[in-house]
Design a protein around this ligand. Structure first.
Ligand SMILES: [Fe+2]
Length: 373
């Protein structure tokens, strides 16, 4: 049963220790939101723990804590709450760090009223879409079961999601059927865990770097980018999934989890995605030596696009800067995956990847947060 939100006016918690900006935010936002306000981190957490809050505006300098520390706690304990950072020019760099840690956006003091209203409205539009997806991903097993209701359940999700998307004033024109699904699939990844979305975006970026070296056709490049972005989409079927809880083996491979490949591949068929995208999702844990899963394919029996994604995802698992992860430098990660050349990975493709990674070294650390597809 797919449920659509009919909640009352959303609630904003304004956190600012200075009375001037705090009162200005309250006055400007009051026509659109129910307002709560506080001047310190401790009472902000008390409010968040005791009543439903949709959106937080967060000043970076608070008397009892730095705003970024508070942001981390909010995102950890209340991942569904959206945060907009309010900052001065002097602390713009740390506002950017806030975006990396999951803030939806930032606002410069003294704030422009139109910008403030636009940013908070856009953030709420997105939250409505993510909340809709969270509710339904967690409570609709038919989305993932092999049954004839699966296609019908996804048709309903698509219809409701695109209604929310269009109501938010998005007039996207999609040329191709599968491209129209990208915002939905991207939001599904984010609704599950934003670190999973970031991982997916980076793997797609690394795979695309490889594509430029391998004389792939335009169609293959597009399938590679999309397949890499969706390789772990099956993980969104697990209600309590957290990216930080994936156990990573020394080679960069996550612990065996056959189900996410099968469920993701089934979804690719149901949504009518290209066969190359399906193959990447289904086989990205196969190994060059045939000891991977779920089918034990080996060597060139594993399609080349799949082999590329296998390397890219292992590299990202080793270098991902996410909670609970030991994050290796690109150089150390390359040394580590080189040990699996010829066992986990296609040796020739791995050599190309290492070459590409070394040449792009300057941009790799910047990819901690990659743009959504
Ligand atoms: Fe995976």
């Amino acid at each position: 049963m797919i449920s659509v939100d009919s909640s009352p006016q959303p609630t904003v918690l304004v956190i600012d220790d200075e009375a001037g900006p705090r009162d200005a935010l309250k006055v400007i936002l009051r026509p659109f939101f129910t307002i709560r306000a506080t001047d310190n981190a401790k009472s902000a957490l008390d409010v968040l723990n005791s009543e439903p809050i949709d959106l937080v505006t967060l000043d970076q300098r608070l008397p009892d804590r730095h705003g970024l520390d508070l942001l981390n706690d909010i995102k950890h304990d209340h991942p569904d709450v959206e945060v907009v950072i309010v900052t001065g020019y002097g602390s713009l760099k740390s506002a950017m760090e806030g975006i990396r840690q999951g803030a939806a956006g930032y606002l410069l003091k003294p704030f422009n009223v139109t910008e403030l209203i636009t940013l908070t409205q856009q953030t709420m539009d997105k939250k409505r879409r993510l909340d809709f997806l969270r509710r339904n991903l967690r409570s609709s097993p038919e989305l993932w079961e092999m049954c004839e209701q699966q296609a019908r359940a996804w048709d309903t999700i698509k219809l409701e999601y695109f209604t929310l998307y269009m109501n938010a004033g998005k007039n996207a024109v999609f040329q191709e059927e599968e491209m129209s699904l990208v915002p939905l699939l991207s939001d599904i990844l984010e609704a599950t865990d934003r670190h999973l979305l970031n991982h997916s975006s980076r793997v797609s970026f690394y795979a695309t770097l490889m594509a430029a070296r391998l004389n792939l056709t335009v169609t293959e490049q597009k399938s590679l980018a999309m397949g890499a972005f969706l390789h772990d989409i099956g993980k969104t079927s697990f209600p309590a999934y957290r990216f930080s809880e994936d156990q990573i083996l020394p080679s960069g491979e996550p612990r065996v989890c056959t189900e996410h490949c099968e469920r993701g591949a089934r979804l690719a068929i149901t949504l009518g995605l290209p066969s190359e995208v399906h193959d990447i999702i289904a086989y990205h844990h196969e190994r060059w030596d045939g000891r991977g899963y779920p089918h034990g394919l080996s060597g060139t029996n594993i399609p080349v696009l799949v082999r590329i994604v296998g390397i890219a995802q292992a590299f990202d698992h080793l270098t991902a800067d996410a909670p609970g992860r030991v994050c290796l430098s690109a150089e150390t990660a390359i040394q580590r995956i080189s040990l699996s050349s010829g066992s986990h990975f296609d040796p020739q493709l791995l050599d190309t990847f290492i070459e590409v990674a070394k040449q792009s070294a300057a941009s790799l650390p910047m990819m901690a947060v990659a743009p959504a597809a």
